[in-house]
Design a protein around this ligand. Structure first.
Ligand code: GDD
Ligand code: MN
Length: 379
């Protein structure tokens, strides 16, 4: 057995360069790895491949894997203290070690039938997909081995939660919770991954923005040896993973619509910030309303900058200080108009300055829109 750092597997020479790297995460699966290797070798037949075990065991699984070792088997043993990200972290370490153009991820407990692996690869080639998911919920797919009613319900509910939160990315995926899938190695950008527990497929599809996803049905088999490591703790971890993933991918949207929405939401909240600041400065601090309004505009601009800079726009080349300076300056060009309008509405229109201020914000916003679309873009 060889203990090595997670990202440095033992390199073994393979005769032909592998077409497929099968990444198998294992934790205490000593009775399963032997039959798994045998069935995988048969299933792959002539196709050159490698099996990369990423093992986090405390039992003798690594010794059993080492005893099977041939040119086609590699082992990354993560010792205690190096098991970041649990199952997902292990798969990510497998991605880093994989050498073939296609990577298949499957469990080491035979619940994922090795005989389905060639189907995944065929579908990937025929449908020019970047990833192929083995699905328990696609026409002929089944969940036989999933166990009790609660586990079945949990599987459906967590899958649905993922589809609700990532509707576009998971549109064609019936089983986003699957731990059995094939993916082109060049579709994986390991540096973007933040694996956290079981749902590594979701992590890859969402964070690496995988575009073309195919599916193949399979039947989830009952476990015949060893125990499942799924637990309530893993369930809670899933909630945390999902929330983190959603927040992280909401930031810095790439589409024009996403950015526009970000601007609009920041601006809408900015109106509330502006009004609150104006109220505090005018009513509580007792400043003259035009002075208070000028300061409230500055507060709102700072608010908008913090939101837009952190959540909406990617930072670009300029330093944060430089970006802030430009933001403040450009946003202040319309401040005289804002204050003039406010003055007119209060003095001539007889409005209360707090209400007049909201009106001024809206008009200035429209003005900004008209000015940029007609003067800058000539439409
Ligand atoms: N390296 C490593 N580290 N492997 C782990 C760890 C870990 O912390 N936890 C579990 N594993 C390994 C197990 O040894 C097994 O090979 C595989 O990951 C799946 O673990 P199970 O505990 O058997 O999970 P399950 O059967 O309840 O759920 C599996 O199947 C579902 C349906 O496809 C998982 O793959 C789920 O993600 C999947 O939704
Ligand atoms: Mn299992």
């Amino acid at each position: 057995m060889v203990d090595v750092a997670p990202t440095a597997p033992v390199p073994l020479k393979t005769k032909a360069p592998p077409m497929v790297s099968v990444v198998v995460p294992t934790r205490n699966e000593s009775d399963n790895v032997g039959p798994l290797v045998e069935r995988l070798r048969t299933a792959l037949g002539e196709m050159p491949g490698e099996i990369v075990f990423v093992d986090d065991s405390d039992d003798d699984t690594p010794e059993v894997i080492a005893s099977l070792a041939d040119d086609d088997i590699r082992l990354v043993h993560r010792t205690a203290g190096h098991r970041d990200g649990g199952l997902g972290g292990a798969v990510a370490a497998g991605f880093a070690a994989a050498q073939a153009p296609w990577v298949v991820v499957m469990d080491g407990d035979l619940q994922h039938p090795p005989e389905t692996v060639p189907d995944l690869l065929t579908a990937g080639r025929n449908e020019t997909a970047q990833a192929v998911v083995a699905s328990r919920y696609l026409d002929r797919g089944r969940v036989d081995g999933l166990g009790g009613l609660f586990r079945r319900f949990a599987s459906r509910a967590t899958g649905l939660a993922a589809k609700v939160l990532f509707p576009r990315r998971l549109r064609t995926v019936t089983d986003p919770m699957s731990g059995f899938f094939a993916i082109r190695r060049d579709a994986i950008r390991p540096e973007e991954l933040r694996p956290d527990g079981y749902k590594i497929l979701l992590e890859v599809l969402v964070r690496n923005r995988v575009e073309r996803i195919a599916e193949v049905p399979y039947t989830f088999q009952p476990r015949t040896a060893g125990d499942s490591k799924a637990s309530l703790r893993e369930g809670l971890r899933y909630g945390r993973h999902l929330a983190g993933l959603r927040v992280a991918t909401l930031r810095h949207p790439r589409s024009a619509t996403g950015r526009m929405l970000g601007f609009a939401l920041a601006g809408a909240a900015g109106t509330a910030v502006n009004s609150a600041a104006l109220w505090a400065l005018g009513e509580v601090a007792g400043l003259p309303y035009l002075v208070a309004a000028f300061l409230a505009v500055q507060v709102a601009i700072i608010w908008n900058f913090v939101v837009v800079d952190n959540l909406v726009m990617p930072p670009g080349e300029r330093t944060r200080g430089h970006r802030f300076g430009r933001f403040l300056l450009l946003n202040n060009t319309l401040t005289p108009v804002h204050l003039g309008l406010l003055f007119a509405l209060v003095q001539l229109g007889g409005l209360h300055y707090l209400g007049a201020n909201v009106l001024a914000i809206v008009v200035v916003f429209l003005l900004r829109y008209v000015v940029t679309t007609s003067w800058v873009y000539g439409t």
